[in-house]
Write a new protein. Structure first.
Length: 178
């Protein structure tokens, strides 16, 4: 892969100016999966609360939404209920939406959370399937490491995309896809 695919953007020389190098590799988690459905169907599953509540979260989790407004500047406020009974309050602000290609968001426990992280979810058509990639950049390497080690963010993200794939397959099988 190119350095850009790993979150590296090399500095470029423009005249006598050096543009700063941005390197987020030590602060990011990237998870991807191919979902066997058209891009528009997969995007819809990510953008309508009636779908999200059916699949969002790792295995064994359920989601209760208290507010959802899918637009740039809109928010999704929800609680993820863990299989052990623990509730995890979550807050997402959608920062950019390019349907059906990309969703950029800020994700924390609450509005103004200083430890909130940025994510970009992309949807790339691959024939009749869709490659979904979630690229998350944390404010610090320490927060990234804590998410990976303490909260199992990589495994949880992979399970979440697995739940999306299973949900979309069922929607397509039933002919409910838009």
């Amino acid at each position: 892969m190119t350095d850009a695919a790993h979150g590296h953007e090399k500095g470029k020389r423009m005249g006598s100016e050096q543009i700063a190098t941005v390197d987020t590799a030590d602060r990011e988690i990237v998870i991807g999966r191919v979902v066997k459905a058209r891009r528009e169907v997969v995007f819809e599953a990510f953008t309508e609360v009636r779908h999200l509540s059916q699949w969002w979260g790792p295995d064994g989790f359920t989601t209760t939404t208290t507010a959802f407004e899918f637009r740039a500047g809109g928010e999704w406020v929800f609680v993820m209920h863990g299989p052990d009974g623990t509730d995890y309050r979550e807050w997402i602000s959608f920062t950019e939406i390019v349907a059906p290609e990309r969703i950029s968001l800020l994700h924390g426990e609450f509005r103004g959370d200083p430890e909130a992280f940025e994510s970009v979810v992309t949807f790339a058509a691959e024939g009749a399937a869709t490659r979904v990639e979630m690229r998350t950049v944390f404010p610090t390497k320490e927060l990234r490491d804590e998410a990976a080690e303490k909260f199992h963010a990589i495994e949880g993200g992979e399970q979440t995309l697995g739940n999306l794939a299973a949900y979309v397959a069922e929607v397509v099988r039933k002919g409910e896809a838009g």
